[in-house]
Design a protein around this ligand. Structure first.
Ligand SMILES: NC(=O)c1ccc[n+]([C@@H]2O[C@H](COP(=O)([O-])OP(=O)(O)OC[C@H]3O[C@@H](n4cnc5c(N)ncnc54)[C@H](O)[C@@H]3O)[C@@H](O)[C@H]2O)c1
Length: 261
């Protein structure tokens, strides 16, 4: 998306990453509405960015993402102030686990979901919106497992943010199917497939059977474990040894194929 003249809202943008994101968007020619629960640093950031990019380019609205009425007010006040509709909404406000797991979950995932629901509705082209972009600030904690019991809420919340983002992309990507379309796949499942078959039905993709290779995979790993035990006395077939085993199998297959052809 070319951000020139686009309107962006960033939650939790009085400081840190949110403020830095605002600067980049402003440099790209966008209009930015800063927002934060902390109005003192918010007003400070506003004057700094106004001085740097111009009074008409940036605005600040107080918003505690835990409050539904604040989220609504942020969106509406932003559109009224700039007299245009929002193109980019960044769910950035976040805290770590140190203030307790419940608050961490409330701000880092529940509020992100609430804002996302609200913004999706506003941007929905079927409801008169003009589309747009939602950006969620996650973390490496949204991809890797946690390191301690103290911090698990942060990891759980950020994993939620990553899954939410990926799920929404997948929904858009595959689109909505009509009952008749799904029924055609259903008929193929009944008339041409076997017991235990799991069929995947996606828009504009011929239906296919989702094969579960876990049994075959278990068989391959069992063979590897037995071989490693009998040849090298290995008593635990770790992931690293499994990789080594698969690499050796691949080399052997490659060698045999080269000899044959
Ligand atoms: N800084 C990092 O290294 C890092 C790494 C990975 C992810 N993140 C994520 O980036 C985002 C921003 O983090 P940061 O490091 O810039 O933190 P920060 O503390 O500098 O900024 C977060 C801002 O969110 C605001 N905020 C907190 N609770 C709020 C609420 N209820 N409503 C509205 N605003 C609220 C704070 O007042 C603050 O201004 C967070 O979601 C964080 O989890 C940060």
């Amino acid at each position: 998306m070319d951000v020139k003249n686009k309107l962006a809202i960033i939650t939790g943008s009085s400081q840190g990453l949110g403020k830095a994101f605002a600067v980049e968007l402003l440099k790209g020619g966008a209009f930015v509405c800063l927002s934060d629960v902390n109005t003192q640093i918010g007003e400070k950031a506003l004057s700094e960015l106004k001085e740097r990019f111009g009074d008409d380019k940036v605005h600040f609205v107080e918003c505690n993402v835990l409050k539904t009425e604040d989220i609504n007010k942020l969106y509406e006040e932003c559109e009224n102030h700039f007299d245009k509709s929002v193109d980019i909404f960044c769910n950035n406000a976040g805290i770590n686990h140190t203030k307790g797991w419940r608050l961490c979950m409330d701000i880092d995932i529940m509020a992100v979901m609430e804002c996302t629901e609200y913004v999706l509705d506003k941007m929905d082209m079927r409801k008169g919106g003009k589309g747009g972009l939602i950006v969620n600030t996650a973390s490496l904690a949204g991809i890797c497992p946690g390191l301690s019991r103290d911090s698990y809420s942060y990891y759980v919340a950020k994993h939620g943010v990553v899954t939410l983002t990926r799920t929404l992309v997948a929904v858009k990507k595959f689109g909505v199917m009509t009952p008749e379309y799904v029924a055609q796949a259903f008929f193929k499942l009944v008339t041409r497939c076997g017991t235990g078959d799991a069929m995947i039905v996606l828009k504009d993709v011929p239906p296919f059977i989702y094969t579960d290779y876990s049994r075959e995979w278990t068989f391959v790993l069992s063979a590897g474990s037995k071989l490693a035990h009998s040849v090298f006395g290995v008593d635990l077939f770790t992931p690293k040894l499994q990789m080594l085993f698969l690499f050796v199998v691949f080399i052997v297959i490659h060698f045999v194929l080269c000899l044959l052809f």
